[in-house]
Design a binder for this molecule. Structure first.
Ligand SMILES: Nc1ncnc2c1ncn2[C@@H]1O[C@H](COP(=O)(O)OP(=O)(O)OP(=O)(O)O)[C@@H](O)[C@H]1O
Ligand SMILES: [Mg+2]
Length: 406
């Protein structure tokens, strides 16, 4: 075998794989979260009540893969599960929920039960929609009236939960990028979660999203604070981070040397996406076993390039020129720490109103969030460092290899 061939064989065995929603070779540091899910399942089986769960954290901390791991766990225990990613468009989100719920019922072996629920609902709906129609013609203020989709979703979920409870089972709805959901379906879901709890019916929302998600929920319905258990998904401990590198590498027969591992723990800062990027680059840079510190050092530039492309550049490109100026000002003022909004406005020479509309559009793009009153911070780890290093100051495009995602 030539040197090139053996090198490409080694690379093919690389267990690390950075990428959005990509299953990691080892899901580290999430035992507590999975335990909570386990407890919920046990309670559902006993017809005892619990709260839904909200996971929130920065980009790339592993919310999506945690959500998927939770779903798999719940499903293995005989519960019915549906998963969607919120888009911000009410109709699209409703369609996704209806689609996921019917699929969930069929896949969990409740296809015929689902048909009978649908038949029953068709009758109820035609009556109540007529009733609604009369109501609408009498009342011109239709703004707060739940729409057809909202009512259909409520009836559907309630019926499913009632039927599943008879089988000591329950319905779990997993929602990724939950902060994106349009306000109407969001309000419907929260009030539904509330009502199902009051009626002791086994329906639980497990949501994941950016750090602003808890605020989005409580602005929608103030009682949302009490409905969910809020879990912050953040950086992993040094111990878990080390395991995230070492376990997969050792399993493939090439562990990291102690000092190499120490370096990896340091540069990755416990960010799951970073673990995959640095792990992948280090593995590819070495053809010996164990993998030595020198290989890790040599590979760090490659890892950073991978992170720039996968995590930072596409997000930078998503912002408008004014948005980029705002981001660059944040980076210049406080790097990756939260910045004061008034200081950013001052440094841009804008009045509060102008600056706040730019800020709002960056929040809507999911690029920044407000960690406290009067503060803004990046949703992507090391974004400030990227902006300062790649120095794509005001409006200049990042000269990366990859094109923007959208
Ligand atoms: N607990 C973990 N241990 C090791 N690697 C992980 C862990 N969680 C996630 N990863 C890896 O980190 C990367 C990012 O994960 P994921 O897409 O789930 O993050 P996210 O929080 O959903 O990000 P985003 O906000 O961009 O959607 C993936 O490559 C995944 O394999
Ligand atoms: Mg995600």
């Amino acid at each position: 075998m030539t040197k090139e061939q053996s090198q490409s064989m080694l690379q093919a065995l690389n267990p690390f794989m950075p990428g959005a929603g990509m299953r990691p070779p080892e899901l580290v540091g999430r035992e507590k979260d999975l335990e909570i899910i386990d407890r919920m399942i046990a309670r559902v089986k006993l017809h005892a009540m619990d709260r839904g769960i909200i996971f929130s954290g920065l980009r790339g901390v592993g919310k999506t893969v945690l959500l998927v791991a939770c779903q798999e766990l719940v499903e293995r225990q005989g519960m019915t599960t549906a998963r969607i990613e919120a888009t911000g468009d009410a109709d699209t989100d409703y369609d996704a929920m209806f689609g996921a719920l019917s699929r969930a019922m069929i896949m969990s072996g409740h296809g015929s039960l689902f048909s009978s629920i649908q038949n029953k609902l068709a009758n109820i709906e035609s009556i109540s929609l007529n009733f609604h129609g009369i109501g609408a013609s009498l009342n011109t203020n239709t703004q707060d009236r739940p729409g057809t989709n909202s009512m259909r979703l409520e009836l559907l979920i309630e019926s499913i939960a009632q039927q599943l409870q008879k089988k000591d089972s329950g319905l779990f709805l997993f929602i990724d990028e939950f902060q994106e959901m349009a306000s109407e379906p969001l309000g419907t879901l929260i009030s539904l979660q509330h009502r199902m709890g009051q009626d002791s019916l086994p329906f639980y929302i497990i949501g994941a999203g950016l750090p602003n998600l808890p605020g989005v929920l409580s602005r929608s319905k103030s009682y949302a604070e009490r409905l969910f258990e809020y879990r912050i998904i953040g950086q992993l401990s040094a111990e878990d981070t080390a395991e995230g590198f070492q376990k997969p590498a050792a399993r493939e027969g090439r562990p990291f040397q102690d000092d190499a591992l120490e370096e990896l723990v340091k540069v990755s800062q416990g960010y799951p996406y970073f673990i995959q990027a640095y792990g992948k680059a280090a593995w590819n840079a070495s053809d010996s076993s164990p993998i030595a510190l020198r290989a890790v050092k040599e590979s760090e530039a490659d890892a950073r390039a991978e992170l720039d492309e996968g995590l930072h550049a596409s997000r930078w490109q998503r912002a408008t020129v004014a948005g980029r100026e705002y981001l660059a000002a944040m980076a210049a003022i406080s790097g990756d720490e939260p910045s004061s909004t008034s200081e950013v406005a001052r440094s841009l020479g804008k009045n509060t109103q102008q600056a706040s509309s730019i800020r709002q559009s960056l929040i809507e793009l999911g690029l920044i969030y407000s960690p406290a009153r009067g503060k803004v911070a990046f949703t992507v780890p090391d974004m400030g460092e990227f902006i300062l290093r790649a120095s794509p100051a005001s409006g200049q495009t990042y000269d990366g290899k990859r094109q923007p995602e959208r």
